[in-house]
Design a protein around this ligand. Structure first.
Ligand SMILES: [Zn+2]
Length: 154
């Protein structure tokens, strides 16, 4: 007998309900790039627009037991982010358009074109995702983050 698990006869399982809502929600940039990231982040109108949209999102009121790690090593946070129009996205959305632009498929590009958010300048955290503490072997994103943070500023 485990505590905290809702009684199956006690109405809808809240977890099932969350999964169902997640399944139905429109989604933006839930992609899994396979190729290496670009050598520099592309920070253009698209990246700024996705950044603005991401900042207008709120965190979903649930969390997963774990992070999503991009193939380059960038780490997401543990929850979904919901845009004002109900579209669901994730904390790596800015990273994907900036570092994996060539792997953003056309349907996702179309959604980005339609975003109505104000543009915003991405931060290093938004571009590179969370940092893995004591990663045994540095991931590509670790070097890119360092390079970005050490770049000469205007
Ligand atoms: Zn990546």
């Amino acid at each position: 007998m485990r505590e905290g698990i809702p009684d199956p006869d006690g109405g809808a399982d809240p977890f099932e309900e969350i999964l169902e809502n997640r399944r139905k929600a429109p989604k933006l940039l839930f992609i899994e790039p396979r190729l290496p990231p670009s050598v520099e982040p592309i920070v253009d109108d698209w990246t700024r627009k996705v950044t603005g949209a991401y900042r207008a999102s709120r965190k979903a009121n649930y969390a997963f037991c774990g992070f999503h790690e991009c193939s380059c090593g960038a780490l997401s946070d543990t929850t979904d982010h919901v845009l004002p129009d109900g579209t669901m996205t994730n904390s790596l959305c800015v990273h994907y358009v900036a570092y994996h632009r060539h792997e953003v498929p056309e349907p996702e590009r179309e959604k980005i074109r339609k975003l109505s958010a104000d543009s915003a300048e991405p931060t290093s955290l938004e571009l590179h995702g969370g940092r893995v503490v004591n990663r045994p072997t540095p991931a590509p994103i670790d070097r890119l983050r360092q390079q970005y943070e050490d770049r000469p500023r205007k």
